[in-house]
Design a protein around this ligand. Structure first.
Ligand SMILES: [Zn+2]
Ligand SMILES: [Zn+2]
Length: 244
């Protein structure tokens, strides 16, 4: 499975990157995790005729701001997946005039995960995480690999279930090494300790909060800090690709 990190900033865009979006190219489908500003590169990656599933963790704007670019994918067999009735209703409130065209106008489907999960060409589990608003991490099972996507989240028991035995754990790293993790966000050490305890094979740090991670050097320091607790860690830049 090929994974492209399209947006690695948290909160807002700066010279270090765009906001959260990760693109999974699997045999049966394209899976897009979150719709931050990095999403604008998705249309150029759709080389084959496969369904596209866009999974949203929560509706903070840094995770959904690129929904306004969906006219680029009009009638392209795209389904947006959210968790829970409330998230679906809230998303529909956002995806309407005068803010943007509705899903119906764009020929796009919105599905609550329980309505669709048995019909998907991959297996997915979801776990509620610790955050200021309802937020869910996704565990994707495809091509005999497990990808755990855990953001935004603070410290909680569920993130360990999400990450358990994953081949790749994509984790948020909002805080600097000297900022304590809390109910909202994590720092590099906390991310590394979760990866270690849950026996992930590889850890990718993204969602570097733009106001505090204002240079790439600060990301390098975060990586060093995480590496003291979990060896197999990297911090991709926007556009980086890995295969697992
Ligand atoms: Zn965020
Ligand atoms: Zn958030």
């Amino acid at each position: 499975m090929e994974i492209t990190f399209l947006g690695t900033n948290g909160w807002f865009d700066t010279h270090t990157g765009a906001t959260s979006c990760v693109f999974l190219n699997t045999k049966e489908a394209y899976i897009v995790l979150d719709c931050g500003s990095g999403f604008y590169k998705v249309p150029s990656l759709l080389k084959e005729d496969k369904p596209i599933f866009l999974l949203l963790t929560h509706l903070h704007l840094d995770h959904i701001c690129a929904l306004q670019m969906l006219p680029l994918l009009k009638n392209k067999n795209l389904t947006i997946i959210v968790v829970g009735k409330q998230q679906k209703e809230d998303l529909q409130k956002f995806m309407q005039l005068p803010f943007m065209p509705t899903a119906k106008m764009l020929g796009i489907k919105i599905a609550e995960i329980e309505e669709i999960k048995n019909k998907l060409p991959f297996k997915v589990e979801y776990y509620e995480l610790a955050h200021a608003v309802k937020t869910f991490g996704y565990k994707i099972f495809a091509e005999s690999k497990i990808v755990a996507y855990g953001l935004d989240s603070g410290l909680c028991e569920n993130i360990l279930h999400l990450v358990k035995d994953s081949d790749l754990f994509i984790c948020e790293c909002s805080y600097l090494p000297n900022q304590e993790p809390d109910f909202n966000h994590l720092n590099p050490k906390a991310a590394a300790l979760i990866a270690k305890e849950a026996k992930a094979k590889l850890l990718a740090l993204i969602h570097f909060k733009a106001d505090v991670y204002d240079t790439f050097e600060k990301r390098d320091l975060a990586l060093l800090c995480a590496g003291e607790h979990f060896e197999k860690v990297f911090a991709p830049y926007d556009g980086d690709i890995i295969t697992i």
